[in-house]
Design a protein around this ligand. Structure first.
Ligand SMILES: *[C@@H]1O[C@H](CO)[C@@H](O)[C@H](O)[C@H]1NC(C)=O
Ligand SMILES: *[C@@H]1O[C@H](CO)[C@@H](O)[C@H](O)[C@H]1NC(C)=O
Ligand SMILES: *[C@@H]1O[C@H](CO)[C@@H](O)[C@H](O)[C@H]1NC(C)=O
Ligand SMILES: *[C@@H]1O[C@H](CO)[C@@H](O)[C@H](O)[C@H]1NC(C)=O
Ligand SMILES: *[C@@H]1O[C@H](CO)[C@@H](O)[C@H](O)[C@H]1NC(C)=O
Ligand SMILES: *[C@@H]1O[C@H](CO)[C@@H](O)[C@H](O)[C@H]1NC(C)=O
Ligand SMILES: *[C@@H]1O[C@H](CO)[C@@H](O)[C@H](O)[C@H]1NC(C)=O
Ligand SMILES: *[C@@H]1O[C@H](CO)[C@@H](O)[C@H](O)[C@H]1NC(C)=O
Length: 348
């Protein structure tokens, strides 16, 4: 009941009553009896990024005069302090660079956006609205802006397996979608490559930042570390992500595989040779019409030996000519398999 009368009291008494009311009757019991603000009690944001504090309020909008919205630091004087954000052009701002902005366009929107968030922004803030005779500070909910260190890492999009000699584009996506100062994205890993910065404006007015690195991996780049660092220059914080490259390819049989026969008749001996390349190093097998032998094998009739040289691995199979008709060689690694029937060539 005294709340309705309160609007006739002098401003300082009214303010005092408002504070008492906020202290005495928190929660739903007082809903409807005072002007309300709907704002989260706290938001958490990482240094360097940005945050939107969504906010709606009720007020006596029928009072004549231009409307002014203010966001003030929790202990700041409502009339004389520097505001963090305001629509009143005559009120001085704590920071003139406009990191704090009132972003809502509708008359009952008190949403506050903070960009390039710094550790010192961690504080409670309150909203104030003035329109002609109506002046009210919404002290019952003073949202806390909780600032933590920058923990979020960039997202690196790199194909799981790179093909040697094939150009590839890899992407580093900066954390956060903000409209403040653009982050700087740098690559490490020493590739002879070109990077392109990409900023994509999103429907809600924020911007997504990424960088695309184009390079051509070589087999020697296998296991090499590629890194991406995102720096927020307005705040002086950075975050980093690395990935270990895997340059691999499915086995390829080298064209010189063949079988040669020495001698003739029942005593003829066949020697088959097969070689393949791949990363990781392929595993070789001999496939006979009714059995499969590993690259290294010793049996009563058949003998297989294998060896590696550089990226290639080879195997040789010797046995009676009759047992080695239609022999094929198979090379397998994590990326695939290659198999071929070996041609018989006459001995020179
Ligand atoms: C801003 O200040 C100027 C000069 O002090 C004054 O003429 C004007 O009426 C003020 N405007 C508002 C909106 O308070
Ligand atoms: C701020 O956020 C961090 C991480 O969510 C949390 O651990 C911490 O308790 C919060 N601090 C305050 C004062 O709410
Ligand atoms: C990499 O990106 C460039 C520029 O967008 C494009 O021209 C090129 O085709 C892309 N290369 C690959 C391998 O996707
Ligand atoms: C980088 O690659 C370009 C073309 O691909 C070549 O002209 C240049 O010499 C290379 N630079 C280094 C340092 O290898
Ligand atoms: C804007 O949209 C992006 C993507 O939809 C979302 O991740 C981001 O949180 C939004 N930002 C704000 C301030 O609403
Ligand atoms: C058959 O294999 C041997 C290696 O053992 C190679 O020297 C020779 O050139 C091959 N012959 C043909 C016709 O591919
Ligand atoms: C499989 O090969 C062995 C010789 O390695 C032979 O003795 C046997 O008869 C063969 N079996 C069939 C079903 O071809
Ligand atoms: C060799 O393979 C071919 C085709 O797979 C088949 O037609 C032929 O009978 C086979 N020869 C022998 C001796 O197994």
């Amino acid at each position: 009941m005294w709340v309705q009368g309160a609007s006739q009291l002098c401003p300082s008494t009214r303010q005092f009553l408002e504070i008492i009311l906020a202290l005495l009757c928190p929660g739903w019991l007082c809903q409807g009896s005072v002007y309300q603000i709907h704002v989260p009690p706290s938001v958490t944001v990482q240094q360097g990024l940005c945050v939107l504090l969504p906010c709606r309020f009720t007020a006596d909008f029928s009072s004549s005069g231009p409307p002014y919205k203010y966001w003030l630091l929790k202990d700041a004087d409502r009339d004389s302090s520097l505001a963090v954000a305001t629509t009143n052009p005559n009120r001085s701002l704590l920071e003139p660079r406009g990191r704090f902005r009132l972003v809502g366009n509708s008359w009952d929107d008190c949403s506050l956006s903070i960009s390039d968030v710094q550790a010192r922004d961690m504080d409670r803030y309150y909203f104030r609205f003035e329109k002609g005779e109506f002046k009210y500070s919404y002290l019952e909910t003073q949202p806390l802006v909780n600032v933590t260190g920058l923990r979020e890492q960039p997202v690196l999009e790199v194909p799981e397996v790179l093909q040697p000699g094939q150009p590839v584009n890899v992407t580093c996506q900066a954390p956060g979608t903000c409209s403040g100062t653009s982050p700087q994205i740098t690559w490490t890993g020493g590739f002879n490559s070109t990077a392109t910065d990409i900023s994509v404006p999103l429907a809600n007015g924020s911007i997504s930042y990424s960088s695309v690195l184009s390079f051509t991996p070589a087999l020697a780049d296998d296991n090499r570390e590629l890194g991406c660092t995102v720096t927020y220059p307005a705040v002086g914080v950075s975050t980093r992500q690395t990935v270990q490259l895997h340059v691999g390819y499915a086995p390829e049989l080298l064209p010189l595989g063949n079988c040669t026969v020495q001698g003739s008749g029942p005593g003829a001996v066949t020697t088959c040779y097969c070689a393949a390349e791949g990363n990781p190093q392929p595993h070789l097998e001999w496939r006979l019409p009714n059995r499969t032998l590993p690259g290294d094998f010793e049996g009563p009739e058949l003998l297989a030996t294998s060896w590696a040289q550089g990226p290639a691995v080879s195997t040789e199979l010797r046995g009676p000519a009759g047992a080695l008709a239609n022999v094929s060689c198979a090379a397998t690694n994590a990326h695939g398999q290659s198999q071929a029937v070996l041609p018989f060539v006459p001995i020179a």
